[in-house]
Design a protein around this ligand. Sequence first.
Ligand code: ZN
Length: 147
Amino acid sequence: MSGSASVTRFDAFRLARQGGRLSGTFDARRLPNVEDVLAPGEDPVPIAWTLEGRASEEGPAALAIGISGSVPLLCQRCLGRVDWPVKQDTEVLLAADGRELARLDEASESEVILADRPLEVAMLVEDELVLTLPFAPRHEGNCPPRP
Ligand SMILES: [Zn+2]
């Protein structure tokens, strides 16, 4: 684990100005909106995350969110466990207030998030993970025989 693994919230605009990078690992079983769709078990499900601030002269401040790992899901065909690889990189724009949020949302294809206060790492990782997971996961090809 990196030295910043204990970071739980951060100032996104400052990270963007500094071009800073944070990283760490989360247990997906501890993210309430993800826990529901995981195959039951006690084993931790580590998701590695990185947050990278980006600022440009031209555009608004942005945050690159990266997640990677493998999550156990339930196959919708045989109800067995499928280990689903996760690797997602997304860039979101940062809005300082509601007005800027509306303006950026209109002007850009990218997702815009309100960063008028420190952001929660867990919330960002959870949102990304929820968007990445398939609605109806299945084993590729044939399902393995039940034990
Ligand atoms: Zn299956």
